[in-house]
Design a protein around this ligand. Structure first.
Ligand code: ADP
Ligand code: MG
Length: 295
């Protein structure tokens, strides 16, 4: 038997720039020459502070937004040059599904739970009414949504239930990669852990790869095999979660880890984060201490 060594997703030199300013002459480097590989069944955590480019990278990789430069290959097929609009209507859309941050915004208020989950299935897989119903019901079971909720509308659901609908809709088409953009940050803390547990279970059961975007390093550490640390549009550190935590090679990663509140670590000296990641357009280069891209 030959085992395929082609990664599920390979990203090379990926950049996304937005024209900004009153004359739109300045360029904001939201994502800057990123390389990233995601293997089959792997869970990659993407962390970094707000505004560093996580959502942009997730959206470009999921082919909702076109890159300015770079390549994205899916199972060895180059998909980076396919316009996002065409990709949305292609059979490849099935392979990469997205779970968004705000379950309220990502659900159509006029669709019942059943319709919300069935809609992408009809467009991407087709099948008889009976077949679609079976898949919707199985997806609802898998995410812990009682079947009678199928006829409810989003305004009749709690935040956690809406999050479950968003996850059911994404997994129903059996994607190879699930891109999760801060999927629990809009939820109450008690619900967050239930949803994270569910996501961990689903990944095992359905053998999917995850790109899990979060600003919470603790969450990523629990869930992900590897961590990619993003700073000002670049991946500054990438490695197995445990090594990144135990021995961060990059000063920015160390600063992120030190910023995690830990009651047992009251007296340790913390690495101070200096500068701001909120204005990538004004930078021409990274601060000297942050320049070495490692791991
Ligand atoms: P994060 O998810 O890490 O908070 P984002 O990817 O949302 O970061 O944003 C990265 C940078 O790109 C920010 O400075 C943001 O304002 C900018 N940005 C994102 N989308 C757009 C857009 N459509 N047009 C202009 N700038 C954008
Ligand atoms: Mg974001």
């Amino acid at each position: 038997m030959t085992v395929s060594t082609t990664p599920l997703i390979e990203v090379r030199g990926l950049s996304k720039r937005y024209p900004v300013g009153t004359l739109r002459r300045k360029m904001l480097h939201a994502v800057d020459e990123v390389d990233l590989t995601i293997g089959a069944g792997e869970c990659i955590g993407l962390v970094g502070e707000s505004g560093c480019g996580k959502s942009t990278l997730a959206r470009v990789l999921a082919r909702l937004v076109d890159p300015t430069e770079g390549e994205i290959t899916l199972s060895g097929v180059e998909i980076g040059a396919i316009p996002a609009r065409s990709f949305g209507g292609s059979p490849l859309r099935r392979d990469i599904q997205v779970v968004f941050q705000d379950p309220t915004e990502s659900l159509n208020p006029g669709f019942t739970v059943f319709q919300a989950i069935a809609d992408p299935l009809k467009r991407l897989l087709g099948g008889s009414r009976r077949e679609i119903t079976d898949v919707v019901v199985a997806a609802m079971d898998d995410v812990g949504l009682p079947r009678e909720y199928g006829s409810r509308y989003p305004h009749q659901l709690s935040g956690g239930q809406k999050a479950r609908v968003g996850i059911a809709r994404a997994i129903a088409v059996r994607p190879k990669l699930l891109v999760l953009d801060e999927p629990t940050s809009a939820l109450d803390v008690s619900v967050q852990s239930l949803i994270l547990h569910l996501l961990a279970e689903l990944q095992k059961q359905r053998d999917m790869s995850y790109l899990f975007v979060s600003h919470d390093l603790n969450v990523v550490r629990l869930l992900c095999d590897k961590i990619a640390v993003m700073y000002l549009g670049r991946i500054v550190e990438f490695g197995p979660s445990n090594s990144v935590f135990r021995a961060p090679l990059h000063p920015y990663t160390r600063a992120l880890i030190d910023a995690i509140p830990d009651p047992d670590r009251k007296n340790t000296v913390r690495t101070k984060l200096e500068g701001s990641a909120s204005s990538p357009s004004t930078r021409t280069r990274m601060p000297a201490a942050f320049q070495d891209a490692v791991r």
